[in-house]
Design a protein around this ligand. Structure first.
Ligand code: ZN
Length: 268
């Protein structure tokens, strides 16, 4: 199975099954959804993204093209909660309790107005003690959301948080053992480069580039591109390919993205 289509690739791109990258012909809004907040019971109408077209991706796996990236999350207009049941399934009572506690915490209520949804989600997930990998990817998605605004400090801070949790994740044998966690490893390289840590990025790439798992699928191209940028001391967000072709996938179960534990069996 190719790297691009591996479950690992998909797992990176979603947070808790709340969003999925389904590439269709154009970015179209979904019909407005009427939701009830799981924390304060406020009823509201959410305008979420429908389908989109992914034409490429960046070295941090952010999909590019007319597509919601990251996927839109509903947000309660009153308490700013962003955790709702996914795919029509209600949340368990124990989880609702921990979400309520996180949303009512000082850390959450003191978040400034305009804090994007994935930043809020990351704060909730940290309170819920979710896995380091899930936290790393949620903070990464939050940094993508900050990119569209003027707050560079917040964007940078989210990338730092992502790197911190990735380091925690990559300390574990599951992430770097016989089946290395490609995405986490490649995202870590990109975060080193984005932070201007070129020597660390170079060493990290050197450490992994010879691994058999990195000789298939997209990995060699990603590594090559990363090397070029590191050599040129470029620290901006960069696409994997300057002129990518359009990749179309069909929505369905196979494209439902879940960010849970890394897949332990070989899928490359
Ligand atoms: Zn609410």
């Amino acid at each position: 199975m190719s790297f691009l289509h591996s479950r690992r690739r998909f797992s990176l791109l979603a947070v808790a099954g709340l969003f999925s990258f389904v590439s269709l012909r154009a970015l179209t809004p979904a019909p407005p959804a009427r939701l009830t907040c799981t924390v304060c019971r406020t009823e509201f109408v959410a305008h979420l993204a429908g389908s989109g077209t992914q034409t490429g991706m960046r070295l941090d796996f952010r999909p590019t093209g007319p597509i919601a990236s990251p996927w839109t999350l509903p947000e309660c207009p009153k308490c700013r909660n962003v955790r709702f049941g996914s795919e029509g399934k209600p949340l368990a009572e124990s989880e609702l309790k921990s979400i309520r506690s996180a949303v009512q915490s000082a850390r959450f209520t003191h978040l400034p107005a305009g804090t994007p949804t994935y930043h809020r989600l990351a704060v909730i997930f940290e309170a819920q003690k979710n896995s380091p990998r899930e936290l790393a990817m949620t903070w990464l998605a939050a940094s993508w959301q900050w990119e569209s605004g003027p707050n560079r400090a917040a964007e940078l801070e989210c990338r730092k948080q992502s790197a911190r949790w990735l380091d925690r994740h990559l300390d574990s044998k599951t992430a770097t053992g016989t089946t290395p966690d490609f995405e986490a490893i490649l995202v870590r390289a990109d975060l080193h480069r984005r932070a201007g840590e070129f020597e660390a990025a170079d060493a990290w790439i050197k450490r992994w580039s010879a691994h058999p798992a990195f000789r298939t699928g997209l990995a060699p191209r990603m590594i090559q591109r990363q090397r070029e940028l590191i050599t040129a001391r470029i620290s901006t967000a960069e696409p994997l390919e300057p002129n990518p072709g359009t990749r179309t996938t069909t929505p369905g179960k196979a494209t439902r993205l879940q960010l849970r534990k890394p897949v332990s069996s070989g899928s490359k």
